[in-house]
Every structure is written in structure tokens, then in C-alpha cells.
Design a binder for this molecule. Structure first.
Ligand SMILES: Cc1ncc(COP(=O)(O)O)c(C=O)c1O
Length: 367
């Protein structure tokens, strides 16, 4: 028994420095509608086949799921021409990124990543006692030479989102190869390709080639974006058998539910639906970039299902003021201070009506 009011327990090193991740918010409805463009979820939801498969799995909910997730790994293998034996499924790619980092980095080690990126990388590093090492971007793109310069004998992991959230920039295949070649062999390179399907550039590789050519690189992918299954939490990691064996020992055994596996299989097999989502996203991100540029706002990159832009710095026109104005209209986008870009904001591409309404409201605010 301990009579004092505070807990005598001491969390592991690094935990005290973690600020909890703040997810994209939903604005209260205005004029009977609420438009959420703050979390890069899919505008068009899941394939109808995925919804049917989810319902079809209901009767089996009293059983544990297939711990090896055999069928969904096979479906992914077929879709991308990769070896299902080198895939592990996770509770979103988030679980796998966290597991991958803590499997190879610990107290006293360093985890290097571009500064303006997915805030979870810092949290993964701190939660295993490692030191986060953010490297300033070159413009809005990952600075490969800067990353190489930031490497020290303590560096154990380098993580790059490609394409990057929130900037929408990408690292071409040749640059990613140059990065890998410049890193020591005992440094684990993790390529987070959550938005791979949206990329339009011929010189892009999601990481599959590098994984297959090396023994120290992994790629993570998600069903939360293109497949519209963010609420079901499904992701995967692809790497050489040795890395897969390590990650497989650390992840939770029944991590992906029956219903999530069933819906995921239906989603990945519905290639026509994926193409429809990609076409919609590419069309609207171009329109968004044009309209925002027409307002004098600088956008950062084009390759995700979102558009990030720089707001003026005056108090009544900055990212926070825009956020407040849009919220009053029932629209939520995401100010990017927590992603290392204090003057920027990011809007996810929504449905036709949602994206139009958001762009109209931004134009109203800045005109
Ligand atoms: C770059 C990046 N990586 C990973 C994730 C996490 O995705 P998941 O839903 O698969 O955990 C996100 C989600 O927004 C992301 O933007």
C-alpha cells in the first residue's frame, strides 16, 4: 500500500517526453453537415465488396482470427507480386512501424527521420528509449544528404514516409537507393509507403525493389487510405525473412480481427475500385492545387490523397484562423504545427461535394 497521492512507479526513459498524438478532428456540424478532411481517410470509403465481406464475417466473431493471416497475405502477394511469406499483418501500419522500431532500437540508440513528417516516428523512438533525430527538409522534400550526415555510431533506424505526409513530396527510387547505399549495413531503413498508390511519378518505387535487394530494409503499407478501411485497422510490413521473423515475435498474436481480414481480402481484390479511388484523388488534388495557387497559397507536393499549403502568418489569416473559420462552417482540415510545419495546413481530398465546399470556403476566407 502506498499512502501518497502520486504513483511510485517510474515510466521507462523517453516516455515523459511523449506528447500524445492528436488525431484529426471532426468539426461540429453547421448547416446540417460536417465535412472531415483532417485525417487522410479515403474520400470514397471502402469497396462494396469489403463491406459485404465484413458482414459475412459476423458469425465467426466468437473465434480467434487466423493468427498467421494466411489468406490476406496471399491476396496481397498476388496483388503486388510479392512473397506472402515475407509479409506480416498488423493493427494498421502503425502497430508494425512501432514494433519494427522497438525491435531494432533501444535506450541510447538514435532513430533518424525527416523533420516535417508523420509525428508518430518521434513517439516510436521515445517509447523504446531511443533518441529521435529529426533532419530538416530540403524545401519540402526529405534531405537525403542531410539524413546521411545525421547518422552517428548510435543510429539504428532511419524512417522515411514515401510519399511524405504531410508535404506530399516523394523520394525517387534512385535517391532511395543512394540513401540505402550510404547507410551502414546495420542500420534498419524503414520505408513507410502508406500513400504509395496515389503516386503518379514514373521514377517512384514503394520500396518493394529495395526490400528484395537488401537484408536491412522494410516497407510498410496500409489499408486505411486507398482501401478505405481506416476504422478496421489493417496494415502490412514486407521485409526479408530474418526481419519478418523478428517482427513476428514482437507483434501481438491475434492482432488483425476476422472481420478486418475478410474485408481486407475483398478490398485488395477489387482493383477496379482502387483505380476509381486513385482517379478521383488525382483529379481533385490537381483542382485543389490550382485553386489554392490561384489564391496565392503555396502548396508543397502532389503525391498523396491530401494537399498541404502554407498560410499567411498574420493572426487573422494564419493556419489557426483558417481552421477556426472552416470549423464554423462544419469543415475540419488539419493545421500542421504538430507535423513540424507551424504555418501550414493540410486538407484531405474528399468526395466531390466535400472538396468543392472546402475549397470554396478557403477562397471565401482569403478573398
Ligand atoms: C505516413 C503515415 N504512416 C502511417 C500511418 C498510419 O496508418 P495506419 O492507419 O495504417 O496505422 C499514417 C496515417 O495517417 C500516415 O500518414
Amino acid at each position: 500500500m502506498n499512502g501518497s497521492s502520486s504513483s511510485p512507479l517510474k515510466p521507462c526513459p523517453g516516455i515523459d517526453q511523449i506528447r500524445p498524438h492528436v488525431p484529426g478532428q471532426t468539426a461540429p456540424a453547421a448547416d446540417g453537415r460536417s465535412i472531415k478532411l483532417s485525417a487522410n481517410e479515403s474520400a470514397l470509403g471502402p469497396s462494396p465488396n469489403a463491406i459485404a465481406a465484413f458482414h459475412g464475417a459476423a458469425d465467426g466473431m466468437f473465434r480467434y482470427p487466423d493468427a498467421e493471416a494466411f489468406a490476406i497475405r496471399s491476396a496481397i502477394g498476388k496483388r503486388y507480386g510479392v512473397n506472402p511469406g515475407q509479409i506480416i499483418m498488423g493493427i494498421g501500419s502503425d502497430e508494425l512501424l512501432g514494433v519494427a522500431v522497438r525491435s531494432y532500437a533501444g535506450v541510447g540508440d538514435e532513430v533518424v527521420y525527416p523533420a516535417a513528417t508523420f509525428p508518430m516516428y518521434r513517439i516510436y523512438a521515445l517509447s523504446c528509449g531511443a533518441k529521435p533525430v529529426p533532419v530538416p527538409d530540403n524545401g519540402y522534400a526529405a534531405d537525403i544528404d542531410g539524413i546521411l550526415r545525421a547518422v552517428t555510431p548510435q543510429t539504428k533506424v532511419v524512417i522515411i514516409a514515401n510519399p511524405n505526409n504531410p508535404t506530399g513530396t516523394y523520394v525517387p527510387k534512385s535517391e532511395m537507393m543512394r540513401l540505402r547505399a550510404g547507410l551502414r549495413d546495420d542500420i534498419f531503413l524503414i520505408i513507410d509507403a502508406a500513400y504509395a498508390e496515389y503516386v503518379e511519378q514514373a521514377d517512384y518505387d514503394s520500396g518493394i525493389e529495395l526490400v528484395e535487394a537488401t537484408k536491412n530494409t522494410a516497407m510498410t503499407r496500409t489499408f486505411s487510405k486507398i482501401h478505405g478501411l481506416a476504422g478496421l485497422r489493417v496494415g502490412w510490413i514486407y521485409a526479408c525473412p530474418e526481419i519478418i521473423s523478428v517482427v513476428g515475435r514482437v507483434r501481438s498474436p491475434f492482432n488483425v480481427s476476422n472481420a478486418a481480414q475478410a474485408a481486407g481480402i475483398a478490398a485488395i481484390e477489387d482493383v477496379a475500385f482502387q483505380e476509381h479511388v486513385v482517379a478521383h484523388t488525382r483529379k481533385w488534388r490537381q483542382i485543389a492545387i490550382q485553386r489554392l495557387s490561384g489564391l496565392g497559397l503555396t502548396t508543397t507536393g502532389t503525391e498523396g490523397n491530401f494537399v498541404c499549403f502554407r498560410c499567411p502568418e498574420q493572426d487573422d489569416r494564419n493556419a489557426a484562423a483558417l481552421d477556426q473559420f472552416l470549423r464554423s462552417k462544419g469543415i475540419s482540415i488539419r493545421a500542421m504545427a504538430g507535423f513540424g510545419l507551424p504555418n501550414h495546413t493540410r486538407m484531405t481530398i474528399g468526395r466531390d461535394d466535400e472538396t468543392s465546399a472546402c475549397l470554396d470556403a478557403i477562397a471565401e476566407f482569403y478573398s
